[in-house]
Design a protein around this ligand. Structure first.
Ligand code: DOR
Ligand code: ZN
Length: 353
């Protein structure tokens, strides 16, 4: 019999390899939740207008640093938003200068602020060839956008019609398949080479589509790619705890004001940053795989991105806490992921250097 429920985990400080921080007042409201836990974060470029130039990324980075001044060690890693017209030179310049860490592919109209995304992947093959040559990672939102493809099948269709042919054409292109939601994606990444990896969000490890749609529709569990059926969630959990170093942490935390979520046409996105590490720890704990957590959260991502691991450590303790009903204030109030619920772990900070 277990005599004590208190358990402490010290681990190398994790990074979040997929974050939406927004801009302006929302940025100032949410950035601290990421910066207090993570050493680095890959910052998504789907602002309005999107981040398509080195100058825009440099300026956005400055605004993020200003919003996270209480956490001076936090490093935002910037990405370029690929459009039909983006030039390889802009990408290469940004990559060489250390401004762009990667570039993000949003298929046009796939998700929030993707209207300027790519309409035909073939049109940007020359740009992707430049990326392959310089080793710049391509981050993909892996969903087909077509009325003919059911929303629950869009990730699998993306693999077949876009990603597999792309990698056949450019076998050395370094790709992160973002926020994977299906067994198909797990299998594809597992079978791939060392140049293909995937991020897994905490909500796709914890919820399936029934959680979103039974007992009343739950707008705060709606995101894209949408949560799938239980067999897929189980495949994602298996991948996360597998020890395979090509799966790593990316929350896809995506804040929207409550009124934009609780609406006749609600926005896609789950704000999970506030209790991200606790929820991930709970998943690994439930799977009796806490010994695999550090690799997933702190080691695999830097290895893929060819960056050093963080020097500092963080402390997580298995002790219950309740997630607040709301975060932020006024018209920008957010309902955090699992608002009002009791969770099993607590993040207790970063060890001083
Ligand atoms: O649910 C999502 N929200 N998925 C995305 O791909 C974008 C994100 C957002 O920006 O809100
Ligand atoms: Zn995202």
């Amino acid at each position: 019999m277990e005599t004590s429920r208190v358990l402490t985990q010290l681990l190398t400080q994790p990074d979040d390899w997929h974050v939406h921080l927004r801009d302006g007042a929302m940025l100032r409201q949410v950035a601290k939740y990421t910066a207090r836990q993570f050493g680095r974060a890959i910052i998504m470029p789907n602002l309005t207008p999107p981040v398509t130039t080195v100058a825009a990324a440099t300026a956005y980075r400055e605004r993020i640093l200003a919003a996270t001044h209480d956490y001076p060690d936090f490093q935002p890693l910037m990405t370029a938003y690929l459009t039909d017209n983006i030039g390889g030179i802009e990408l290469k310049t940004g990559y060489d200068e250390g401004v762009f860490t990667a570039a993000k592919l949003y298929p046009m109209n796939a998700t929030t602020n993707s209207a300027a995304g790519v309409s035909d992947i073939k049109a940007i093959y020359p740009v992707l060839e430049v990326m392959q040559q310089i080793g710049m990672p391509l981050l993909v939102h892996g969903e087909i956008v077509s009325q003919d493809v059911d929303i629950f099948d869009r990730e699998a269709a993306f693999i077949e019609t876009i990603l597999a042919p792309l990698l056949l054409n450019m076998p050395d292109l370094r790709v992160v398949f973002e926020h994977i939601t299906t067994r198909d994606a797990v299998d594809f990444v597992t079978a791939g080479g060392s140049n293909i990896a995937a991020t897994i969000t905490l909500h796709h490890l914890q919820i399936n589509r029934s959680d979103m749609l039974t007992g009343g529709i739950k707008p705060h569990l709606y995101c894209l790619p949408v949560a799938k059926r239980e067999i897929h969630r189980q495949a994602l959990r298996k991948a996360a705890i597998s020890g395979n170093h090509r799966f790593f942490l990316g929350t896809d935390t995506a804040p929207h004001a409550i009124e934009d979520k609780e609406s006749a046409c609600g926005c896609a996105g789950i704000f999970s940053a506030s209790h991200a590490l606790e929820n991930y720890a709970q998943v690994f704990d439930e799977e009796n795989a806490l010994d695999k957590f550090e690799a997933f959260a702190s080691l695999n991502g830097p290895a893929f991105y060819r960056l050093p691991v963080n020097i500092r450590q963080i402390r997580l303790v298995r002790t219950e806490q309740q997630i607040p009903q709301t975060i932020g204030s006024g018209e920008l109030s957010i309902s955090p992921y699992r608002a009002g619920e009791t969770i099993a772990w607590q993040f207790q900070g970063v060890t001083p250097t």
